[in-house]
Design a binder for this molecule. Structure first.
Ligand SMILES: C[S@@+](CC[C@H](N)C(=O)[O-])C[C@H]1O[C@@H](n2cnc3c(N)ncnc32)[C@H](O)[C@@H]1O
Length: 284
């Protein structure tokens, strides 16, 4: 990157570089990368736009923009991703939280609002960086919060995020409900499992190339983990307890069917803002 005179000029260079690499929102991402390179927030970048950029700032911005132009996700470059009202730490060991999952959080909060129990017991299966359980806890600090994942690294990230937010979650490592064998009696179980067909070409594109395959793909056209969770969650739910599952836009019908045949009641599917079937739920 050529020597630049001011922070504004550096911002324009970054923007042009990202645009040339085909990044969809080059202006926004240029500001975020320059913020990471300088330690300045957006307001400070505007206020100090005419300040000279130091050689170190320009070198850091250069390295970060090269990583982005090579396709690395912004969340990995910055080590952070906004989800719900939270700013979560993320790493390449866990899924980057997606806005679609906020639908499940909204529905879980609506169910918890009608729950008679004072401190409902809630389990987030496959929590990754703590995405769902930390969003729920941030809104309902009185919850008894539990979460699991089979990935030790993901759980370390979830633990760090909980600590940073001052929230308390019991974390277990293991294979779906096998991680919580002796713990029964949840009022709500939430799960966003891997649900992409291993043959789906999207796995070789965009951010997905950089995320753990075990967080994304599942056998049986993406349905294997959804089926396992549906089958085994039932006996861990209190009477009247709910199971909420995120799934692919074309998996609503098989998920509803599995929920019904396994004995769940009041089974239905919610659509995301794009109109796609995204979250299914049922209760015991
Ligand atoms: C799609 S990611 C969801 C992460 C996070 N809950 C979210 O919504 O952003 C699926 C998560 O399930 C975990 N996982 C995959 N297979 C698992 C298994 N057999 N048992 C427990 N967790 C598993 C992955 O490590 C990953 O964190």
């Amino acid at each position: 990157m050529p020597a630049t005179s001011t922070l504004d000029a550096l911002l324009q260079e970054l923007r042009a570089r990202l645009q040339a690499a085909g990044i969809e929102t080059p202006g926004l991402e240029a500001r975020m990368l320059l913020g990471a390179a300088t330690g300045l927030d957006t307001a400070q970048l505007i206020a100090h736009g005419t300040d000279p950029a130091t050689a170190e700032q320009a070198a850091r911005a250069d390295t970060l923009s090269q990583r982005r132009c090579a396709g690395e996700p912004m969340a990995h470059i910055l080590g952070r991703r906004a989800f719900w009202t939270l700013d979560l730490g993320v790493s390449p060991a866990c899924l980057i939280p997606r806005p679609e999952t906020e639908l499940l959080v909204e529905q879980a909060l609506a169910i918890l609002a009608t729950c008679d129990t004072e401190a409902p017991r809630v389990l987030d299966l496959g929590t990754g960086p703590g995405t769902i359980i930390l969003a729920l806890l941030s809104e309902r600090p009185g919850l008894q919060a539990f979460a699991s994942d089979h990935s030790h690294e993901a759980l370390l990230q979830a633990k760090a995020n909980a600590h940073e937010l001052g929230l308390s979650v019991h974390l277990w490592q293991g294979d779906w409900l096998g991680a919580v064998t002796r713990q029964r009696g949840f009022d709500l179980i939430a799960c966003n499992p891997p649900y992409i067909d291993p043959d789906d070409p999207h796995l070789t594109r965009g951010d997905l190339r950089f995320e753990p395959r075990t967080a994304l793909a599942a056998e049986e056209q993406g349905l294997a983990d959804l089926h396992r969770v549906i089958d085994s969650a039932r006996e861990h739910l209190n009477p009247g307890g709910w199971l909420l599952l995120e799934h692919g836009f074309d998996q609503g019908e098989p998920v509803r069917q599995r929920l019904r045949t396994t004995g769940y009641q009041a089974v239905r599917t919610l659509r995301d803002t794009a109109g796609h079937e995204r979250t299914s739920l049922g209760k015991i």
